[in-house]
Design a protein around this ligand. Structure first.
Ligand SMILES: [Zn+2]
Length: 107
């Protein structure tokens, strides 16, 4: 189990490619791809409505390392049979203007 990380100058995850350009609110809850996603123009991890599931130590820019990033997508779930946890997230960094994703699967 490990966290996959990448960064880009354009949105990375399918959810952010779909929603980021159209979003007008910092963070909304939405059904997308049979999962519950939070997406928006961006909100700090400490203000996020699903903050209890967010590993804040993992929330930083993959490009410049800044922790002062805005979460623009977040999805977390537990597999109904195995109990394994999964999440996908993307942040935007105002310091270096980059998008960073991080994803985790507990198996
Ligand atoms: Zn950055």
């Amino acid at each position: 189990m490990s966290i996959d990380r990448s960064s880009s100058k354009t949105p990375i995850l399918n959810a952010t490619r779909e929603f980021y350009a159209k979003d007008t609110l910092p963070c909304i809850e939405d059904e997308y791809g049979f999962q519950t996603w939070y997406h928006g123009t961006g909100i700090s991890a400490s203000q996020h409505p699903d903050q209890r599931h967010i590993p804040e130590e993992e929330v930083y820019c993959n490009q410049c390392g800044s922790p002062e990033v805005l979460m623009i997508a977040w999805q977390w779930c537990v597999h109904p049979f195995s109990g394994d946890q999964y999440y996908d997230s993307e942040v935007w960094c105002p310091h270096c203007q980059s998008f960073s994703s991080f994803s985790y699967a507990e198996n």
